[in-house]
Design a protein around this ligand. Sequence first.
Ligand SMILES: [Zn+2]
Length: 148
Amino acid sequence: MAPGVTLASFIRQRCTAFDDNQVCPKCAELIEIKNRSEARKIPQRSTKLCTLCQNDQDAIALAAKKAKAAELERQLVEYVGKQLTRTVDYSALSDGQALLLLALDRAVTPRLTNGGFRVGDCRGLAPRYVGDFMLQLREAGLVVDNPS
Ligand SMILES: [Zn+2]
């Protein structure tokens, strides 16, 4: 043994222990245990899966997570694409919307029409309720929301 290595860790690196009293609920194989406190005195079905079944389950969960992330990314790209192709008919604006847009233009000049800005940049829009005003503009389709 190398100096500084305890006998217990030396054995733990080379040996695998299985409890005869615990079986996997899925495949009925013996359950691997890491220490004496995990061993059971009477035979019972384990609440955890054996190593192989756990690896299979983890692989399925990982694949599902990756598929979900890919789907989310696809939806995000589609959403951003739709947002960027929207057009606004400024002649159809209400007076309130026009006033809000003018105030927003002053608050974030010159980024309203030729760049991006964050809601936090719009503090100059109004003394209070900036988020509500921005929500009105977003819901009317006058401000494009780009998550990226
Ligand atoms: Zn199993």
